[in-house]
Design a protein around this ligand. Sequence first.
Ligand code: FAD
Length: 336
Amino acid sequence: MNLAEYKDVYVFAEQRDGKIQNVALELLGEARELADANNEKVVAILLGKGIANQAPVLIAHGADKVVVVDDPHLEVYLTEPYTEAITQIIKEMKPSILLLGATTIGRDLGPRVSARNITGLTADATKLEISDDEAHEFRMTRPAFGGNLMATILCKDNRPQMSTVRPGVMQKLPADNTRKGEVVDYKVAFDDAKINRVKIIKTVKEEKTVADIAEAKILVSGGRGVGNKEGFDKLAAIAKELGGEVSSSRAMVDAGVMEQSRQVGQTGKTVRPQLYMACGISGAIQHLAGMEESEYIIAINKDKFAPIFSVADLGIVGDLHKIVPMLTERLKSMQR
Ligand SMILES: Cc1cc2nc3c(=O)[nH]c(=O)nc-3n(C[C@H](O)[C@H](O)[C@H](O)COP(=O)(O)OP(=O)(O)OC[C@H]3O[C@@H](n4cnc5c(N)ncnc54)[C@H](O)[C@@H]3O)c2cc1C
């Protein structure tokens, strides 16, 4: 493999029902930084049927070029045709880096593409960078050993260098609709004998009953200190006043008090709200991994030495069961 032939930072632009997913835009923001550090281009790969009209969205968020494969085989996500399409693009265009969202689709597709192309894949990276020495190495960092240590992984001898990143970890660029980019209509030669082994018979959509905490701008999060369901009612009351959602540490999910879809952290969701209010949460490293990039963090804890205070912008030492209702009342009276 002649590594010098491989260049540019590629992003798999995940779309569902023709709508680009937020994680793809976040990855473009990150790809922009990586590409600029190497004087390279950001290229988005957009697969689907009737999706070419989404290319300008990708350009507005940082792509220099969008490779569109518009094909009926790609209408609904299936491992084989998607792997085949990306593999043909890799073989012809030789990307240096390929990023995917660590979504259900990205987690299925990433390993298959990396195996097909005989290269490595770093799953759930939390930091990506180009080293500022002469080597300009691509460094992918992720938590290891239960989050107690951060491992930096290099893919020195194979290309593309691949990584998945969870939604909410990277930051998207504001849309700039004046940006110009190239759109390439790419044709993939599908071998039906290979891709017809799995067929979608029916798509059943799960009804969205709970809000997605990763999308919330304000989160009021509770930990073991909240205690029980009644404790969380107090958090729900203040969340309602603030127009936010309630989330949780793993301790309360494990205790069966909160549903897993609301768990923040390494084995839950990564969130980056404008305001994260941590109530009765100690601030274990696995929890911090999911929320420390929040814009403003308020921590309420009765232990002044709780590690959560090390990431908080504002810390309140005291009993949350008294402080939260008082804050809720104050917010209500301010709105009267
Ligand atoms: C592999 C692995 C993955 C993990 N993934 C996650 C994850 O995704 N998310 C996650 O959250 N954890 C995760 N954990 C668990 C993590 O290590 C901690 O055990 C967990 O975060 C602790 O939750 P907590 O802060 O709610 O509880 P505790 O650590 O018990 O802290 C409770 C806090 O509440 C305070 N408190 C008690 N009463 C009050 C009161 N009345 N008023 C104010 N403060 C009060 C206490 O001072 C204390 O600081 C993981 C662990 C492992 C090993």
